[in-house]
Write a protein that binds this ligand. Structure first.
Ligand code: CJB
Length: 841
């Protein structure tokens, strides 16, 4: 391609292609040009929003150049690629990240200042890209950052939701959901109206014999919806590699509206068809760790899987390779079971359309896919009714039945004496109605299955997938402990800490190799270093206190111990344990003499997180937190000794200023329920200590940083089952301190007690499934220990520095390298500097 372009033309292209900003003026030229010409604004009406747009477009120009080159280089390299299929990408803001990753933020800040703007205000203008619920979606976003940074030839595939996760407002202490329409100005996406795929739904299967007497099937009839590609550049840090995130939007197959219908006078119904098609990519389902079998959700899943696979197969076919090479050129990672339909879809493409034999096709499919499990909670495991699948995807259901038949025949041959095993591992659950178990299909159709932290990966093998370990042996199952990108979660969120670390390590190499952090341990006794370390934490707390004051009117003492729990609200994550603990602390303060009060370590407890709109119990927890806050924050006897704050609308950009401001953060799930957690890693990386249960990645964090540097409490996962059994059948006694907390709630101390009765009854009458009572004593004692420890500033600072130094393992770069080696078998492609035109299709 390169050599086919005559030299003079190539010269002209190269000469006029946008370059890096050598100085602030270069940035200003581009930003001003975009404000003037792309936005049709001028110096006289350029507000912060317009300057954000000008800045974003100026940086976008740079990203696009690298993006084009990267895609071309990956095409030339013709190496194996990894496709990451995720229904959620919780990206947050892009501008700050882009400026830092291309290492041009300082130039832009200087340029903006010369134009009369402050960098912080410009960054604040951007709407979060909130195409995810929580940990699972944010993990996908961290992975994209690492894949690009490590120069892997990778694409993300997702859905372009018109509405991301809802915005949360708190009204009278209750959560109210407001739609998140985020697309009115999004400079980061490129609509590829020429890259479309027709997606079929419903219809029926035709069966016939071909000329050789072979039975053939084809999926006929039904309706067609068009998938349109929207591409988002994903820049790596300190490399020209810029990968692609392709998000699919849905449109009516007939284009704007059906002209035949239109011309025959059916204007309204042609517009209705259009709207119905667009509904598929309209909204992100707002559930975290919960699946509800809604038809539209299944439609979303198939729409996205089919569009992505068609794209992947098309790209492979352009290389002219034989099908048997597909899986050595293509790895597809299934982020949870949401994309499991990609398995029968690839099988369908190979046998019905490409004419391969079943066995040959199945071996390609099975070598291509790998599946990541993110939860063992039963309510989160996806199942779809056979009836719904028959209706929506009749050919896929047939293929799933065939996959199941062959699998069960194998199991029967291998374990002829274990008749029950067949029912236990069947993809089809023989319930009424019959259900398709997606996790089983994902396991059978993949060559590797991984959990996301050591304990979780063990639990996967001993609980939900136990029988599959028997069938396949243990080698199919592996662990890849989650990680986070240090670019966003240290360098971007906490620039001053990042700079302090860089000053000791002689540069920012640690952002690419986080294990280098261990070198700061040598400075743990350096007085200047420690002073600056403490000053940074205080400044971050002051910034958070300002935010709280501006948004709630509550005044916080920045010297108090800041205790933060931010994550989705869920019974298993146990925000109820935290708020009951706050009430317990409040009662203790109320009972103190003036002398005793002097010894109390002032504490600020901050909560944030969304409840799924239909999750009533989680909404009740939010309500209780807000009501408790109202009472405590206005009690003059308490003053600064305790404040309880709920931060509205927790999202990625809020996490970026909350995480660096914590002294303690809470990761207190019932042991065995939180697969990994990733915010635990973010908080520790920013010098906060944690209080946590022996669950998920807390266990590995403890191993890395040392048990003196973490506050663990509570029952162990191996004891949970027996404790639960005891609650229901044994002589179980409610913890006494907790009983006193409940008395206060029931006496109406925090408003109408009936509002909170379900929360109390879940523990008192309904078996306390999440073991709040069992862990309460240990939780409160550990909180007291934290107070004592915090009094000793020197000791606390040492713990903080030591912990950060030992967090290198939790970089998502380490995690991606593990996937690349153990699961995907892919190699990086050297980033290129050449300039030539590109074909992104
Ligand atoms: N996770 O965010 C979700 N949603 C789900 O439906 C299932 C799991 C979370 O995935 C994270 C990334 O692996 C884990 O760290 C977290 O523990 C898990 O709850």
């Amino acid at each position: 391609v390169q050599s086919s372009i005559p030299e003079p033309q190539r010269e002209a292209w190269t000469k006029f292609a946008p370059q890096r900003f050598a100085k602030a003026e270069d940035f200003q030229r581009d930003a001003v040009r975009h404000v003037e010409t792309s936005l049709a604004r001028s110096m006289y009406n350029c507000d912060e929003a317009a300057m954000y747009a000008g800045t974003a477009l100026a940086f976008r120009d740079r990203l696009v150049m690298d993006w084009n080159k990267t895609q071309q280089a990956h095409t030339f390299a013709d190496q194996k690629r990894i496709y990451y299929l995720s229904l959620e990408f919780l990206m947050g803001r892009a501008l700050d990240n882009a400026m830092l990753n291309v290492q041009q933020k300082d130039v832009a800040a200087e340029g903006l200042s010369g134009l009369g703007f402050r960098m912080e205000d410009i960054i604040e203008q951007e709407h979060d890209a909130a195409l995810g619920n929580g940990g699972l979606g944010r993990l996908a976003a961290c992975f994209l950052d690492s894949l690009a940074t490590l120069n892997y030839p990778a694409w993300g595939y997702g859905l372009r939701y018109r509405y991301g996760i809802f915005k949360q407002e708190i009204v009278d202490g209750y959560q109210v959901e407001v739609p998140d329409y985020w697309l009115d100005f999004n400079p980061w996406e490129f609509a590829r109206h020429d890259v479309t795929v027709d997606i079929q739904f419903y219809g029926h299967v035709d069966k016939w014999q071909d000329e050789n007497g072979k039975t053939k099937c084809s999926w006929e009839g039904g309706e067609i919806v068009k998938a349109v590609a929207f591409d988002v550049p994903v820049p790596g840090y300190g490399t020209s590699t810029t990968n692609n995130l392709r998000l699919w939007g849905s449109k009516a197959a007939s284009g704007e509206f059906d002209f035949q219908k239109f011309n025959s006078g059916e204007y309204e119904s042609s517009v209705a068809d259009q709207q119905r098609a667009e509904t598929i990519s309209a909204v992100l389902y707002p559930n975290d760790n919960l699946e509800r079998g809604k038809e539209l959700r299944l439609k979303q899943q198939y729409f996205w899987c089919a569009a992505s696979l068609s794209d992947i197969v098309r790209r492979f076919k352009k290389t002219g390779r034989a099908w048997k090479e597909f899986s050595s050129q293509t790895a597809i990672q299934l982020n949870d079971t949401h994309p499991t339909l990609a398995i029968p879809e690839l099988q369908r493409i190979l046998i019905d359309i490409e004419g391969l034999e079943w066995d040959e096709a199945w071996s390609i499919v099975h070598q291509t896919f790998a599946y990541t499990n993110h939860t063992v909670l039963p309510e989160a495991l996806e199942k779809w009714s056979v009836g719904l699948m028959q209706h929506l995807l009749p050919r896929h259901l047939q293929i799933i039945y065939e996959i199941n038949l062959q699998f069960l025949q194998y199991v029967e041959r291998t374990f002829p004496k274990d008749r029950d095993l067949l029912g236990r591992v069947s993809i089809i659950e023989e319930s009424n109605p019959k259900m398709v178990r997606m996790a089983f299909l994902a396991v059978i159709g993949s060559h590797k299955v991984n959990g996301v932290a050591e304990l979780h990966s063990d639990l996967v093998k001993t609980t939900i997938l136990k029988d599959f370990v028997k069938v396949y042996g243990p080698d199919k199952f592996t662990n890849v402990t989650n990680g986070i990108t240090p670019r966003r979660w240290l360098h971007q969120a906490n620039p001053r800490l990042s700079a302090l670390i860089a000053s000791k390590l002689g540069g920012y190499d640690f952002l690419k190799d986080l294990t280098l952090l261990n070198k700061i341990e040598a400075h743990v006794d350096d007085a200047e270093f420690r002073k600056e370390w403490q000053a940074i934490k205080l400044a971050n707390k002051e910034r958070l206190a300002r935010h709280v004051h501006e948004t709630t009117g509550i005044t916080l003492n920045p010297k108090a111990l800041f205790d933060i729990q931010v994550k989705r609200i869920h019974e298993y994550k146990r925000q109820q344990l935290n708020i009951f603990g706050c009430i317990h602390r409040y009662l203790a303060i109320k009972a103190m003499s003036a002398e005793e009060k002097k010894k109390v370590v002032p504490r600020v407890t901050i909560f944030g997180g969304k409840a799924a709109p239909g999750y009533w119990m989680a909404k009740t927890v939010i309500h209780l937190i807000n009501k408790v806050g109202d009472v405590i924050n206005n009690d003059p006897e308490v003053g600064d000794l305790l404040k309880v704050v709920f931060i509205e609308d927790y999202n990625v950009s809020k996490a970026e200023f909350l995480v660096p401001a914590s002294d303690i953060s809470e990761h207190i799930s019932t042991a065995g329920t939180e697969a990994s957690g990733t915010s635990n890693m973010k908080f520790v990386l920013n010098g906060g200590l944690i209080i946590g249960t022996c669950d998920g990645a807390n266990i590995e964090i403890t191993r890395e940083i040392g048990e003196n540097n973490i506050f663990l409490f509570g029952n162990l996962s191996e004891d949970v089952e027996e404790l639960r059994h005891n609650h229901v059948f044994g002589t179980y006694q409610l913890n006494e301190s907790l009983a006193k907390v409940f008395d206060q709630i029931q006496n109406g101390k925090f408003g109408d007690a009936s509002q909170f009765s379900a929360l109390v009854n879940a523990i008192v009458d309904h078996g306390d499934f999440y073991l709040v009572s069992d862990d309460f004593e240990s939780y409160c004692q550990t909180q007291d220990l934290i107070d004592e420890s915090y009094k000793n500033v020197d000791e606390w600072t040492t713990k903080s520095i030591t912990s950060v130094a030992r967090m290198g393992f939790f970089s998502s770069d380490r995690c991606i390298d593990e996937y690349a080696e153990v699961i995907w078998n892919i190699e990086p492609v050297a980033p290129t500097k050449t300039d030539f035109a590109v074909d992104l299709a």
